[in-house]
Design a protein around this ligand. Sequence first.
Ligand code: PXL
Length: 261
Amino acid sequence: MIPRVLTVAGSDSGGGAGVQADLKTMLALGVHGMSVITAVTAQNSVGVQGAWELPVEAVRAQYRSVVDDIGVQAVKTGMLASAELVGAVAELISGTDAPAVVDPVGVSKHGDSLLAASALDTVRRELLPVATVATPNLDEVAQLTGVRVESEDDLRRAADAVLEYGPRWVLIKGGHLSGDAVDLLTDGSAEHWLRAPRHDNRHTHGTGCTLASAVASGLAKGLTVPEAVGAAKEYVTGAIAAGFALGAGIGPVDHGWRFRD
Ligand code: PXL
């Protein structure tokens, strides 16, 4: 049977990030994508014009509908908006026998908040502990741990600080540094450095969602965490290289880049 992957995330009406990016990534990587929508954003290439979270019962009901009938081989989380939703999703994941990729989304590409400040502690204490892999960027590392990464030399310290909260693995995404896009994957003993050339392309909306969904897709297919992250890095690097202009602002990465001639 085709591997089944569930994203628990917010909707991006512009189609570049959030649930839409997740489902496109899953299609491109050959798994069956499913979604639990946590919040709806009115969003385009220039920013987020509005955001509305769903009631916690609506999130729980979507999750149970999917997991209890269809089943999942991996779960990915993205925008969770509030402390209440973070806590409910952490509880749902802890009762599910599948690996979980937690993208601890804090703000959008344009700096709009996608997580209440009051939810940070629930992310640290309830969500990170149930993660198979957590995938913070450097802003999220600073928000969650206080560690400020200024160069590649700081990535190991950032990883250790996140691992303190209990995820099995952490992937620190160093893409916001200058130079090559360097990420560090570690479980506290094994260390994998992932390096890709920086593409001179500002159309990078959806990068984080795409990477985390690609990791979840790999895990659902039975890859190990280092194999899934390596394949995901390759996929997202190609998607960034092929990112294209849309609207007046920042365009999306190209989820379908491998299908183009
Ligand atoms: O990239 C994080 C993210 C997650 N979820 C939604 C988003 C974004 C960024 O724009 O819109 C819904």
